[in-house]
Design a protein around this ligand. Sequence first.
Ligand SMILES: *Cc1c(COP(=O)(O)O)cnc(C)c1O
Length: 358
Amino acid sequence: MNISDKYLFSADNDLENLKRVLMDKKLSGTSDIILEYETSLEKFFSSKHAIAVSSGTAAIQTALFVAEIHNGDEVIVSPTCPVMTVFPIISIGAKPIFCDTCADNFGLDISDLDKKINKKTKAVIEVPMWGYPTTVNKLKDYLKTKKITLILDLAQAHGTMLDGKYLSTFGDLSCFSTHDRKILATGEGGYILTDNNHYEIEAKSFIQFGNMDGKSFGLNFKLGALQASVGIGRIEYIQNQIDIRKKNAEYITKGIKHKKIKEFGIVEGGMPNYYSLLLQLSFEDNNRFINYLSEHGIPSDILRYNYKVLYEYPILADLKTVCKNAQVLSKRITTIPVHPGLDSDKLDYIVDQINAFV
Ligand SMILES: *Cc1c(COP(=O)(O)O)cnc(C)c1O
């Protein structure tokens, strides 16, 4: 049996929403539909402002711009995140500085962070991988004392919660992707959430050429009206998706009898969105298990993305600073698909294959 790791979703009202924009004949990012989409996002996430942008990467680049990160500044990030989080830092001329993660979650280790922060540090980006919450509450409190901006890359964490609140509540700027693979999908796209009025004004200006006022810098990172129209209809399915993913994840974890496999730890007060089910492995050779599942039709993001700490990739090797927890963590995990496209036969198949591993 082959398990797909991609859930191609369509909402009942997709065509209706697309038709409304097509009939309106205004397809660009200055259509009123964008404001409607942003208002829906603000409502869903109880955020003061949402700014729709053309991708998750554009969201991060915009966030860095409005946080006034300049050439020569340093931005601290964990090496367990994907290149997509780090390239925007490099593209604006700043330097990514790798900081270790906690031993048991993807959050930055505050004792290492304390060593990495210096006068050049202008922002910190935290990335809760596969939708598993980190202790952003503690990070937020710590950074407040240092007056450093907290940017969250929540591309994989739509709907993930901590202490009963969406993670975006804790960031100065929270960046999301709505690429096809993500829980809110518009094909390509992204958005930023912030409660800061100044950031909102600056972000809106940056994504449309600095308003072309001759004074401000900007690029074109606007989201198109067709994507926004699809997004509007799909926001209401976010919770539904999470509920099904959570149920599927519980079904699989309950079925696992293998002593060397358990679910990745969830921080106290945290609730993952189950973008993927994350397993923690304690085999002598974890890769043998991951390859075995792949040979049996159960794909892993670890193989798909050749997942490892970022400074092990040639393009980022110059930035290497050994992060011990991150190295251990990245080698003892794998992902299991739990999206709503999986029926009970497929879920049983996954459990059986996991338990049959020797
Ligand atoms: C998908 C993703 C991005 C990039 O989003 P795009 O919309 O593809 O540009 C950035 N960070 C993380 C953690 C992601 O998963």
